[in-house]
Design a protein around this ligand. Sequence first.
Ligand code: PLP
Length: 433
Amino acid sequence: YTPLAELDPEVKNIIDKETWRQFTGLELIASENLTSLAAMEANGSILTNKYSEGLPGARYYGGNEHIDELEVLCRKRALAAFNLDPAKWGVNVQPYSGSTANFAALTALIQPQDRLMGLGLPDGGHLTHGYYTAKKKMTASSIYFQSLPYALDPQTQLIDYAGVAAQAKIFKPRLIICGASAYPRDWDYAALRKTADAEGAWLMADIAHTSGLIAAQTLASPFAHCDVVTTTTHKTLRGPRAGLIFFRTDLPSAADLAKRVNDAVFPACQGGPHNNTIAAVATALLQVAQPSWRAYAQQVVSNAQTLASALAKHGYKLQTGGTDNHLVLWDLRPIGLTGSKVEKVCDLMGITINKNAVSGDASAQVPGGIRLGTSAITSRNMRDADVEVVADLLHRAVQLALLLQKEAGSKLLKDFVRAATVPQEGRVGAAQV
Ligand code: PLP
């Protein structure tokens, strides 16, 4: 065994720098979290060496007795995490990521060129929910399927459920997708079920962002209303980077869903499962089953609500005026800033956020807001009082961005950028915790 530092100091150095960035920075990206060292240990394990195409008990390679045990355990924990009856639900734990989970789910449910409806990207939906622009169909979900996005009510900025029903009546989708990447409110899954039933469509929820909160029963559960539920495992669920697909097995209409989903994951969309990741997902799901998980999820939401009200006190505009979940969408247009500018200034201050479209933006390419999330800072034990300080720092960042915008091209801007980008060599030791 040759340690990484000796075998490949170049990669080790990059990992050390990123370690330093993560430990010293304020992580406010809503899709990120800090997975446990135990899950990372599983992820970095010898399981990465094993090929195991197929399913437990039916593999295309020998030597899979331990891998079978692992995958069965992971499935059991995934169903338990969401309180699902194994007689009514099944789960595939092999997807490499949320995007592949979603494409496999579409492959399982509908045929090429069939119609689907998902929340539009500029309104908070995800690329994999059928996104395309006037110029290009750039995601597989719009290249291989016909997609019609639904939207937010421009007044309330909430999902326009009546609008979805009206569009579906005309468009006749075979699939309706709910779930989002940037929607700060909970979903009315029952309303969408009604629309899906009226049009004979499948209903699928992508709970990538909120699954950790749904597992803790802090948000409404989609499972009573949906045929298929997909999620990533690395956002509020706090595991490694992967995806899960849950499917109903108890309805006559869903009689062959298990086979359809399993065949769609392998061989339709993927090859051999990443067993090291499946082990890490299982470990993360064990953590979700602990009584402490509920307290974590409640604190994530409380922190997001505190962040929202502290920013509102500063007079800033938030989409929907607040949040029910882990994220806050901050509309910067009233103060004349773009999301990119604030993201850049925050980067220089060691605060990691991302620019994001807000409802009514002319183009998702020039987003008028930023998205903030509290999952990672809550994993670092920040509480509401700490979040008040975070809100003050963000207020200062925005004030600074306004000043720099006014001084564009000036010496002040150049001096600031120089001072904020001091090399970080030699600081790494302290971060190796
Ligand atoms: N679905 C939603 C709602 C997401 O927000 C994301 C990622 O941000 C994904 C799917 C895709 O996940 P991944 O990046 O793991 O492919």
